[in-house]
Design a protein around this ligand. Sequence first.
Ligand SMILES: [Zn+2]
Length: 193
Amino acid sequence: MIILHDFEIGIEEYEARGKNNSFPAFDRCPNCQCIAQGNVHRNGFYWRYGITEEKELYIPICRFRCLGCTVTISILPSFLIPYFQHTLDWMVVRLSKVLKGKKIKGSRQQLEQHKKRYYERIHWIHSFFMDLGYKLGFTQDIRKEAQKYMTMIQDFGKSTSFFRRSWGHLSSYFMGKLILPYLSSKKNNIHPT
Ligand SMILES: [Zn+2]
C-alpha cells in the first residue's frame, strides 16, 4: 500500500534529513482499520532515486507493516510519483516542454516512454477534471488535448496540488498505469510525529 505524504519540504531537504525525517505514525491500520494498539510497526526503509533537473538524489522511503493484515505500507513523499525516478515537478516540466517541441536534457528514449504514458493517461486526467465539475469536451486531436490538459495541470497550482488532489481518482494516480487495489486515499488516520 502506498500512502502519499506531504512532508512540507523539498527533496533536497528530505535527502539531508534522511532517516530522521518526520515520518507519520498510525493510530490504526489504513488497510484493515484494526485499532489494536501497536499493530502497525515501522518496518525499515527502502532506498530509491529522485531525479530533479539539477541532480540525482538517493533517498530513504519509510515502511510500516501491520501485524493484523500483514500489509506493507510505504510513505511516499508527495514530490515523487510511484515507480518513476523523476520527481513530480521535473516530470511535469519535461512533459510540458516536450509537448511544445522543446529540447530537454536526459535520455531521449526515457522521455518518449514518459510522453507515451502521459498520452495513455489523458482520459483519466480528463475524467478527474470532469469529476471536479469542469465542462470539457474531448476532441479527436490528441496532441491538442495533451497540451490542453498539461496547461490545466499547471494552472491547478503547484504540480503537487494536482497530484495530491487527483491521487486515488478511479484508484489511480497521475502517470500511473494500473489501478492499484492498495492505493490509500487522503482519508487515513495518520498524524505527524
Ligand atoms: Zn492491517
